[in-house]
Design a protein around this ligand. Structure first.
Ligand SMILES: C[S@@+](CC[C@H](N)C(=O)[O-])C[C@H]1O[C@@H](n2cnc3c(N)ncnc32)[C@H](O)[C@@H]1O
Length: 399
């Protein structure tokens, strides 16, 4: 797999428990293809037909469980990075970071130069901000992500691009893999068993290299994973809202200071805290009490009770958020019954639990149908990195 500018495959990522649903989405977009597990929730996907058509297929039917996808323009072996050679490779990684030319990453550097040097439509425009995003899968030892970025940033600069560490316009994705999952006999291999053979020898280190935009990757973060500091939030649930705000920003979803938000299922108060911190007026509703740290926060009104029962005025909110841990269809019915509290054009962000063992796609679609029946149009549905057995729906009330 080397030479051309079209992707020959994709590295795809989903929550491990939902990887087969992500694979189904990818197969539908690609018109078929085979998958090789690389790690828990990560697989190499080789489309049956034209790889260029995969993007169009995903654009026509945006995936929900497929969290991240990067193209593979070059796939190569890195023989000097064998997983067994952990100790000396770690010290070599330090040398790499200091600019040493004695690098086991030389084939990767060459492949990157080869990819960037040829010109063509798939290249970023000159001067574009390009971030090297590195993932290490099943590698014991070997260079750190930092060392790989340190080795490739000068190549980007020499090719006329601007290496960055955040907010990229383009991404150079590097997935480094240890032994193929099947040869390790791991759970990842078993989950997607029967999807195709391994492309590499057991024990070999492989690198998958691809150039794309964050939008094409379905996420601005490597593997679609974003980590926030725990210390700052009242509950981990806050991470869901923080992630949704970043991921859905390109769709126009944003919080404006002074906006009025209704937070259903608010306790202990992680989402409420995020909304208050961004300058919104928040009405929080929950039968359970809020965390004492929220007491006295300006802009906060707490209504202790059930979402379906507390009195609320019509057209009084710019945003409704709902993170109720309840049956998904009951949650949808509750929000639908409250749809009139939103102003026309107002947003709703709803967590749908995938409980009960049914088909997860059928569950979230049924919930979205109920919400659509109340005039809340589905804008996006995604299983976020911080969603576990959930899908997050972004909706908008008709103008
Ligand atoms: C996952 S927690 C919400 C976490 C919250 N978003 C945060 O950031 O801290 C789910 C909440 O839903 C609440 N809940 C359950 N049924 C409810 C209902 N009918 N109306 C309002 N809240 C409800 C529970 O009391 C619980 O506090």
């Amino acid at each position: 797999m080397s030479g051309g500018r079209s992707p020959v495959a994709f590295v795809a990522t989903a929550q491990p428990e939902y990887a087969r649903h992500a694979l189904a989405e990818l197969r539908q977009a690609a018109g078929g293809g085979r998958a090789e597990p690389l790690a828990e929730g990560v697989f190499l996907f080789q489309p049956r037909g034209d790889p260029e058509a995969v993007r169009a297929g995903l654009a026509a039917q945006p995936p929900v469980f497929l969290r991240h996808l990067h193209p593979v323009h070059r796939a190569l072996a890195l023989p000097d990075l064998r997983p067994e050679a952990g100790a000396e490779l770690r010290s070599e990684a330090v040398a790499d970071a200091c600019g040493s030319t004695a690098s086991g990453l030389a084939p990767l550097v060459e492949a990157t130069w080869d990819l960037l040097a040829g010109g063509g439509a798939a290249l970023p425009p000159p001067g574009a901000a390009v971030q090297v995003q590195v993932r290490r899968l099943g590698l014991r030892g070997g260079p750190s992500a930092f060392a790989v970025k340190a080795a490739l940033d000068p190549v980007l600069a020499a090719a006329g691009f601007r290496p960055v560490s955040r907010d990229p316009e383009w991404v150079l994705s590097v997935t480094l893999c240890g032994a193929p999952a099947e040869s390790r006999g791991g759970a990842a291999g078993q989950r997607l068993a029967g999807d195709g053979g391994s492309a590499g020898a057991a024990g070999a280190c492989r690198a998958f290299l691809g150039l794309s935009t964050p939008a094409e990757n379905l996420s601005p973060w490597p593997g679609g994973a974003i980590h926030y500091p725990r210390a700052a939030v009242i509950s981990r649930a806050a991470f869901k809202l923080m992630e949704a705000l970043e991921l859905f920003a390109p769709l126009g979803f944003c919080l404006r200071p002074g906006d009025r938000a209704l937070d259903l299922g608010a306790a202990p108060g992680g989402w409420t805290q995020v909304l208050l911190d961004r300058g919104l007026q928040v009405t929080a509703v929950d039968p359970a009490p809020l965390d004492p740290r929220l007491q006295g926060r300006p802009g906060l009104t707490f209504l202790q009770g059930r979402a379906g029962e507390v009195p609320l005025p019509p057209a009084a909110f710019d945003l409704v958020t709902c993170d109720i841990n309840w049956h998904p269809l009951e949650t949808a019915r509750t929000v639908a019954a409250r749809a009139e509290v939103l102003v026309p054009g107002g947003w709703a962000l709803v967590t749908v639990k995938l409980l009960g063992g049914g088909n997860p796609t059928a569950i979230w679609r049924r919930a979205a149908d109920i919400l659509a029946g109340a005039g809340l149009r589905l804008v996006a549905a995604r299983q976020l990195f911080h969603n576990r057995d959930e899908v997050t729906l972004l909706l908008r009330r008709a103008d």
